[in-house]
Design a protein. Structure first.
Length: 511
């Protein structure tokens, strides 16, 4: 296993050391050798010397990577290409050399044990436990849904209130962060292949570290740490990068984690796209869930707030949180949304506990949901997906900060906007009702609303007056004015005229 200056420096923390190198570009080193006069140097090795030996060295050049141990330093011609570890020591050079040599041997043994665990197809828990032996802080492995899979290490500090407390009690950490923090974290996770540090306002005393794990460029898992025991050093971050490579190798053979993001039901995707699927196939798959084609269903369309380039990195954590709330639902991703199909025998979408769950998903993760009407043929998914999208669109237009929107609450506005997309709405209005609206006079607008309520209530005077909270005589007075203005007789309305007036009122109400 190759080591870096920063890792060696961590192992020699009890000594006074100084590193003269670019930590970001420090070279990987295979082992340590004594510096000898006239030898051929390799950039793959670290060479050990003392100031006295440097003075006596007659070589025209020095190796690129040096340990200079103890004493007053001479003034050799070191260029910017040299990587030097200066060490003050109080014992012999040979003892110090042996100690550094043991560091290389110890890490090589550690590397070999990790490799053997992977070769023998040991569990991820064993691989992670071996990896944690060289870490100052515990380490956690999360799957693509940001759910805790495994953790290793020990705590020397109280974890109460920390992100570890959250992870161990809930099994995930997504809600530990503010929306802006989660957005920043997921963007970095999507764009990075290496470990990076970040912070959370919930724990200003500690740094956090995250590292995405990918296979063939596909996000499959992530590592998470916090400086609960000790601050992160450059050497520790180097080790996390190495552990990342080992875990990617191990996870390449782990079906459960590799395919965690690939459980989307193909037949559901086909139906959502409006493609034809043999009814027998649907019947077979639904039977495995204890469902039937003609059961009662409802479709939920969750819109998540972050839309980065790497779709899977962001989507799967949201799927994990939604799936936790609806374990009996059928989940998949579709057109940058998370779709949940519920059998209404398992969930009531109007119940208070359902609404509380939806509110919690919004407050914690900014997930907003469009909810279709209840339907009774699973093959009709496309229509109710369209309903759920319309509920989100119309609902956000009227109440942008709401957690969920029932399609039936926005049916009218959806109908009007759908008509407007194919024809001018004003051309569908009764011309006198349109003129009343254009006048923008409050009394005339009130008359339109009165007519609308009257027609909706089946032209029942008592019911309409109660709905408008006005006296019966006041209603009769208004209806007379409307009748005169529109040249209509409410006692003898044809069905076509009744529909014309009602539709005109609906359009005006939604303009």
């Amino acid at each position: 296993m190759n080591l870096y200056f920063s890792v060696i420096a961590d192992e020699l923390h009890d000594l006074t050391i100084r590193i003269n190198t670019d930590i970001q570009n420090e070279p990987p080193l295979k082992d340590i050798r004594f510096l000898a006069d006239g030898q051929i140097y390799s950039d793959d090795y670290l060479y050990f010397t003392t100031p006295e030996q440097l003075t006596q060295n007659t070589s025209e050049s020095l190796p690129k990577n040096l340990v200079i141990a103890g004493g007053a330093l001479p003034d050799p011609d070191f260029s910017s290409e040299h990587n030097i570890l200066y060490i003050d020591y109080c014992y012999s050079a040979h003892i110090l050399f042996s100690r550094i040599q043991d560091i290389f041997t110890d890490y090589q043994d550690w590397h070999t044990r990790i490799q053997n665990a992977i070769i023998l197809h040991s569990g991820i828990d064993k691989v992670l436990n071996i990896a944690a032996e060289k870490l100052d802080n515990p380490i956690a492995l999360f799957d693509t849904t940001a759910s805790l899979v495994q953790w290793a290490g020990t705590f020397s500090e109280d974890i109460s209130g920390s992100i570890w407390d959250n992870a161990l009690h809930k099994g995930y950490t997504m809600d530990y962060f503010s929306y802006e923090e989660w957005k920043d974290l997921t963007q970095k996770m999507s764009n990075s292949d290496m470990p990076f540090l970040f912070h959370s306002s919930n724990d200003p005393m500690h740094s956090m570290l995250a590292c995405p794990l990918k296979i063939g460029g596909k996000f499959i898992a992530s590592l998470g740490m916090t400086s609960i025991n000790a601050p992160f050093t450059d050497g520790q971050i180097r080790l996390i990068a190495f552990i990342k490579e080992m875990l990617e190798m191990a996870l390449n053979n782990s079906t459960s984690l590799r395919h965690a993001a690939e459980s989307t039901s193909y037949y559901v995707e086909c139906l959502l796209n409006g493609l034809s699927v043999d009814e027998k196939i649907i019947t077979y798959y639904l039977k495995r869930r204890g469902w039937k084609i003609n059961d009662s269903y409802c479709l939920l369309n969750f819109s998540y707030p972050i839309k980065p380039n790497n779709h899977d990195t962001i989507l799967q954590p949201y799927i994990g949180r939604i799936e936790h709330k609806f374990p009996l639902g059928l989940l998949c991703s579709h057109e940058e949304s998370v779709i949940v199909i519920l059998n209404t025998s398992d969930y009531s979408v109007t119940a208070s506990d359902f609404q509380d769950m939806m509110q919690e998903l919004y407050e914690k993760f900014q997930l907003q949901c469009g909810i279709s009407a209840e339907f009774y043929n699973f093959l009709d998914l496309k229509y109710y997906y369209i309903q759920s999208k319309s509920a989100l669109t119309e609902g956000r237009r009227e109440k942008p900060q709401q957690a969920f929107y029932y399609y039936l609450d926005y049916y009218q506005s959806n109908l009007v906007h759908a008509l407007d997309s194919v024809a001018s709405l004003k051309s569908l209005c009764h011309p006198r009702i349109l003129q009343m609206w254009k006048n923008n006079d409050s009394s005339q607008l009130s008359l339109i609303h009165t007519l609308y309520t009257y027609l909706l209530n089946g032209q029942n005077i008592t019911t309409t007056a109660a709905a408008l909270h006005i006296h019966r005589n006041t209603l009769l007075y208004r209806l007379d004015k409307i009748s005169d203005y529109l040249y209509v007789d409410f006692e003898n309305l044809s069905s076509d005229m009744l529909f014309y007036l009602l539709m005109s009122c609906i359009i005006i109400e939604n303009l």
